[in-house]
Each structure stands twice: as structure tokens, then as C-alpha cells.
Design a protein. Sequence first.
Length: 366
Amino acid sequence: MAGKYAKGRHRAPRRGLVSGTTRHRAMAAGVLGVALPMVLGATGAEAAGVLHPDRASQPGVAPMPRSEVALPAGIEDLSPYEPQVSCDPHVKPGVKAFEDFVLTTWHRGFSGGAVRECSKGATSEHKEGRAWDWMLNPNSYADVVAGQRVIDWLLSDDATIARRLGLMYVIWNQRIWSAHKLDEGWNGYHGESDHTDHIHFSFDWAGAEKRTSWWTGKVAPMEYGPCRKYLGEPVPAYGDTINLKPCPKPVHKPKHKHKHEPQVEEPTTPTNPQPMPDDSTRHGPANTAPGNSSQNNQPAQDDPDDAATSPQDAPGPDDEIETDPDSMISPREETMPKHEPMPAAREPNSARMVQEEARRDGRPSR
């Protein structure tokens, strides 16, 4: 045999090394040792306890947690996909409670945050404070076991605990599980991050607001959060009012059409209105009839020359009266509309007054 190996046909195995075939068999046995317990119904953490009993007490391998309240017989409906539509980067109470529960129960990893600025990245529930990232080291056995343990706890029995918590979807290690696609199980995920170093949990609005049966002991109705009415317009944050109706599909905002309504023309008022002329101003001072006490027909007595002539001093029918052309009223003035102001009456002719006084006194007129 020594000569046989000396000829170089078969090399003797080196001491301390395992041949390729032996190494492959060992790897296959290890894979089966992990896979078989899971196929038989054991979870990832239980499998770890079977293969490595000394690690069962290490962080990440915790017993199945229980709720602090009595859980009802009913259960919440599977959450539909409710994407982020508003900008409200404040962690919601249900998300914060879930974060604290996971970290204090499994004692692995750390929080990667629940909120994100609205100006960063694409659509994300982080911008509404209803998502949380659990950071885990993919090269840490205990971290991976803890992550798998939580996944098994959430999704076992048709995702019972996930529904009681209001989980909408989970992303881990390039895979995504969605409540509204329960029958499909895990699907491939290829987003901005491959999620190999953390598990992403997104919650519906009832779960985010801590109104589900895991926290309250009562089955919560489905909440649909704020609704976008018009495309491209901001959406107000989800307030105290609970929305139990699905949001309608947003539409484009209609353009405002200017309706030309007929305008009613209002009568214009002149800037400096003048009084309407009456008969007294158009035809001169009127004689006051005896016994008439109306003051509206009395002329002003400021000027003696403007005083009215008494009946006994009035000229008779045989007396000659000179007609002053300036005091005559033309036909055009007679037909002039009343709403147009007439020119002011001229002062009485002094020559005429002198002649009338001379006639009354019996003096010859010049």
C-alpha cells in the first residue's frame, strides 16, 4: 500500500483534515438537523434548543409571550394594504408598545426607529409613525434566532397574533409577508434595502393607535385612516375621529370655471347733484295770492328789489308794459326736460323798475 501511495495514484489524507465528500456530508447533516425539526412542527428557536441545548437559555430564545389582558374569542380581520398618504412623523402608541415588548422580551438587537422625514425616500409608513425597524446582526446566531422566533410567534395559526396586533406586512431578508396576501405566504422583496440587517414591521391604523385586541381585549374594527381627496394635494394627519369607511379613489381636482352672471346696472348719482328746478325758479318769482299762507311760494325778502308787487300797484290792462327780452322764456326752455338744471334766473332789470316807480308816482319816465 505504501508503494501504491508513493506512485502518486492516490494521496493519503492529511491528518486533521476532512475530505471534500466527508465535509459535504457533514453540511448536509447539519441542514437536515435544522430543517427536520421545523418540518415536524418545531419553530426556529425550538430547533436551536434541540440542536444546541446549551443555547436555550441564551438571549433570543424566549418562551412564547402572552398578552397582559384576556384575549377574546374573536379576532381582527386581515389588514388591507393602507399605504402612507399623510405626513405625520410621530410614533404612534401601538408601534411604541410593540417595540418595547419585543426588546424587553427577547433582549436582542436594538431599535432602528419608527419615524422618517417626509422628504426622504418613497412611500413609507415611517412617515406616519406606524412602522418600526428591529435591527439584528445577520452574522449573530442569537439575533437570527430571535428574529425567527418573533416571526413564528406572529404568523403561526393563520397569523393570529399579527392580526391581534394590527400588522399589515413584514419585511426581512429580501422577503415580504403581507396580511392581504395571506395565502401567498412569503414573496421575494427587492426594494431600496434588502432588509438583511433588520426586520420591518408596518401596522394598520387600528394597530398603530393601540386599539386592537392584544392591548385592549376587544376586537377592533378596521380603520382606514386619512383619505386623499385630490391627487397631488396634501392629506391632513389622522386625528381623533375614527374612519371606519374605505377611502374613495382620489381624483384630479376640478378647475374652477368663472360663471359670467349678468350684472344689474345701478343708477349713477352725479357727484354734485343740483336741485330740480320748480316753476318758481323757471318763470321767476310768482305773485302770492291773497290769503295764501304757504311759505313754499313766498320769494326771499333779502333784496327789496326782488319783492313782489302788490295787487293795487300792479299795472292795469291799459298800461303799457315794456317787455324785457331777457326776462322772456323761450319755447326751448319750456320744452326742456325737468331733470336738467335750468340756468339761474337773472336779476330784474333796473330800468324797468324805475319806469314802473315813475308811473306809479305820476312822474314822466325818461
